[in-house]
Design a binder for this molecule. Sequence first.
Ligand code: ATP
Ligand code: MG
Length: 601
Amino acid sequence: MKELLKLNRFFYKYKGTVLLGVLFLVMANGFLVWIPVLIRQTMDAVEKIGNEYEFSFSSTWEVLISPEAGTILATNSFFLMLAVVCYGILLYATRQTLIVTSRKIEYDMRNEIYDKIQKLPQSYYTRNSTGDIYVRATEDVMRVREYFGPAFMYMINTISRAGIIITIMILVNPVLTMWALLPLPILSVFAYFVSGYIHKRSNAIQEQYAKLAGRAQESFSSIRLIKAFSREEHEAQRFEEESEVYRKKKLKLDIVESLFHPILSLMIGASIVLVLWQGGIMVIEGLITVGNIAEFIIDVTYLTWPVASLGYTINLIQRSAASQERIAKMMREAEESVETDRNDYEILSENESVDIEFQNVSFIYPGSDEAALKNISFKIKSGKKVAFVGRTGSGKTSLIQLIPRIFNPTAGKVLVNGKDYLSYKLSELRKNIGFVPQDTFLFSSTIKDNICFGVQDASISEIETAAERAQILDNINDFENKFETVLGERGITLSGGQKQRTSIARALIRNPKILILDDSLSAVDTNTEDQILKYLRDSFINTTTIIVSHRISSVKDADEIFVLDNGQILESGTHQQLLKQKGYYANMYKKQLLEKELAEL
Ligand SMILES: Nc1ncnc2c1ncn2[C@@H]1O[C@H](COP(=O)(O)OP(=O)(O)OP(=O)(O)O)[C@@H](O)[C@H]1O
Ligand SMILES: [Mg+2]
């Protein structure tokens, strides 16, 4: 709740519109309450005229068309219409101000949150599921908007309408007011519990729906696998089971929801009966007029929704508060690096190439208790091409992702040009790194957008050069729309090797000082691989390059090769040196040579 109150700063930002909205709403209620007053006046006036001329009119009809009654009817009808029209216009204006403001606040909040999410460190993403983070930025923001929009509007509406109506009722007759209002608190409490129940159930239903949708999505995207293993029946069965759970939950909610309206009507009915009964007695006793009874009945119906919405609003606010609590928790998370008022950052000058040194670096993944890297030390001179090999799970990816500081080392130091790399501005460091991750990710956009992802305003010749160096240019030129070809769900799907090369082009176009390829040549044939490696040697002379691979062919020409095992460096040296050592590398070489010979047979 405290967190929610802190958000009132948003109200302050839009204070003009909010105040105007409140004014509109109060005025709207003023006009609404005028309606029963006019009806009472008309009824009383007509009744009076009818009594006065009791003997000269032969029918009610004649009373109504008599000049006296005619005037009253005409003016009051006009006022009635005026009240209804004004009420309508003001209600529209209220929504246009209050609800529109809540949308604007939602927009502000969502941007703030998205901004924050982008700045959170990788370790946050390891601790929290993507779905969870997604819900924070969408559903939770939506819930909080309800506090600014509907909840606030209903609250003002309830207060202003009930205030005006109850005052008028008390002025007419306090005792009758008490009778009329008797069932309403019950209604409010009832609405509170029912909306609470509905909310809880809807959440469960929503979760079940997400499960159902997830299942469907998984089946559709793995349809090839399902067909190949002929698991269609089985999949359909699994879907039906989830669907059945969903149906049952939904039906249970429907029962409660369908009870709500009859009970609402029952309460209004009770109010009306009380007014007629007690009011009737009062009319006979001459305390009030018949018009008053009509007025009270209309007033009571006008009160129903605001009173019922009181319970609903309290629920809404509780929900918003819970959502805001979760958002606030995320907003308090530490950001990736505090780059505020420091101005003593080291910088990498334009033409300087970079050397990298690891000093006793160890690394443990957040939430894990086993070290992925243990006491790693090595040095890469600027412009050198080095390689990391090792069995799967040996720590290659873990090691290279420390360089762009996707994670920071748990112990030890990384030096860039002899200085601790923590003393460089994070964005400055990353700006100079071209990174090709192991799991290629391409956006559902054009090839051009994908290649230019890390650069601003690249010229077409730069894009072509990058594509050529990554050996993907010919493929792209074969496509009908060339660089404008759309990839992903709405476009064509590239082959594994084409994806890898597009991803390499994306890194090369940045002309990085450090280039990291994490097993990025695994899906290309050896000829293409040779071509790419040749370009890397010839065109990126000053770029410090790190290649991770399982293939000897990718690494044999490297200036230095490191063999990783179990998070430690097992061997290091050039291809020739390592062969002489007759260790892991030599073994790996023998096996791959044998495979090649077998393949050529
Ligand atoms: N996000 C993570 N959280 C916890 N442990 C992880 C995480 N990612 C990897 N590991 C663990 O760290 C170790 C090293 O993994 P890493 O991905 O660095 O291996 P790799 O050498 O790149 O393997 P591959 O050749 O298969 O890509 C493995 O034991 C793995 O289980
Ligand atoms: Mg890896």
